[in-house]
Design a protein around this ligand. Structure first.
Ligand code: HMG
Ligand code: MG
Length: 305
């Protein structure tokens, strides 16, 4: 077992983190959050999603977010695009990387994107083709990789099948989403091993929600298998509108604290990351869900955490 020397973190706070917020967050606040995260050293910041605003009202300002963004060279700003309508709008707004999102569970697929898993794959095909024709990168998500809020446990083979379809269709990376955060190091490793039989490990990413507090352990277990890309959300914001009770993604601050401690490079400036977290939390009137952020902020304030 050897841990990687460097890890890429895909920051999903502005999309996965905010999509569940009931109060509409002003566009200017979203834009400043994205810019602060890029300034903190994140190489990829998922900026918004081009889904129906009837389904997810918080993402209704997707075009304005993309158009007002000051882009930093070398940073990717992927957006979700579930179908050609979303893809066309994303491109029109200036996106150059998109992500399609499917699931390993039929019930979740229906609740989340209103179609079966097989239908979703059919819808993704023209999106991926159109993106690749423009030389744009497409990321693929698989949700419910360990468990589903409606169907319970999900078989690793089912996850592997969807991951393989997305990869074979041209996704450069497949992000494995423990949407409800029920995974533990054993179940997550079993799931990754099944996927890695069909998709090269370096093209797999971990996207772990932290409902049961297992996400950091799951990242460590994933790195033991050779995974080196993880999604996380600043301050641990978020949840999924179609997975009631699920917590946000693992907090970016917690992941960076772990990786710093292990001597694994991320290129992220923890101080600037904490500032970005404080910025959005002050706006939302909330405390950080991240334990590392809480402790580091207490130290900053002169405490003894
Ligand atoms: P639908 O109702 O089946 O779509 O929704 P439709 O094709 O039948 O069209 C119905 C209406 O929606 C039409 O408008 C379309 O124009 C419009 P109307 O004629 O009624 O005025 N429409 C759209 N509008 C804007 N953008 C679009 C779009 N497509 C159709 N792209 C759809 C299908 C996928 C659009 C819908 O189900 C939807 O928007 N779902 C939202 C899903 C979502 O955002 N979920 C959260 C993100 S996924 C996630 O969080 C998981 C992840 O983090 C990984 C993990 O944690 O596991 C990625
Ligand atoms: Mg998610």
């Amino acid at each position: 077992m050897s841990l990687p020397r460097s890890v890429k973190i895909v920051e999903v706070g502005p999309r996965d983190g905010l999509q569940n917020e009931k109060q509409l967050v002003p566009t200017a606040v979203k834009v400043e959050l994205i810019e602060r995260l890029a300034d903190a050293g994140l190489q990829a910041v998922e900026a918004t999603s081009f889904v129906s605003s009837k389904w997810v009202p918080q993402m209704g300002d997707n075009t304005e977010v993309m158009q007002n963004l000051r882009r930093k060279a070398g940073v990717a700003y992927p957006v979700l695009a579930p179908n050609l309508k979303g893809f066309d709008a994303a491109i029109e707004a200036g996106a150059t990387e998109v992500a399609v999102f499917g699931a390993a569970s039929e019930a979740f697929s229906q609740k989340n994107i209103n179609c079966s898993v097989a239908e979703s794959i059919k819808r993704f095909e023209p999106v991926i083709c159109a993106a690749l024709a423009l030389d744009f990168k497409v990321r693929g998500y698989v949700s419910c990789v360990v468990g589903c809020p409606y169907e319970g446990a999900v078989a690793p083979e089912k996850v592997a099948e969807v991951a393989m379809r997305l990869f074979d269709m041209g996704c450069y990376e497949v992000s494995l989403g423990d949407t409800v955060g029920v995974g533990n190091p054993a179940s997550v490793q079993r799931m990754i091993e099944a996927c890695a039989r069909h998709v090269p490990m370096k093209q797999l990413a971990g996207h772990y929600h932290d409902t049961y507090g297992m996400a950091i352990a799951n990242i460590y277990a994933s790195m033991e298998l050779g995974m080196r890309v993880f999604d996380s959300s600043v301050a641990g914001l978020g949840g999924c509108p179609y997975a009631a009770g699920a917590s946000g993604n693992v907090a970016t601050e917690d992941v960076v604290y772990l990786l710093n401690g292990l001597g694994i490079e991320t290129g992220i400036d923890m101080d600037k990351l904490l500032d970005a977290g404080q910025f959005i939390l002050q706006h939302l009137g909330r405390e950080p869900a991240s334990k590392a952020a809480k402790a580091l902020l207490a130290m900053r304030a002169g405490g003894c955490a």
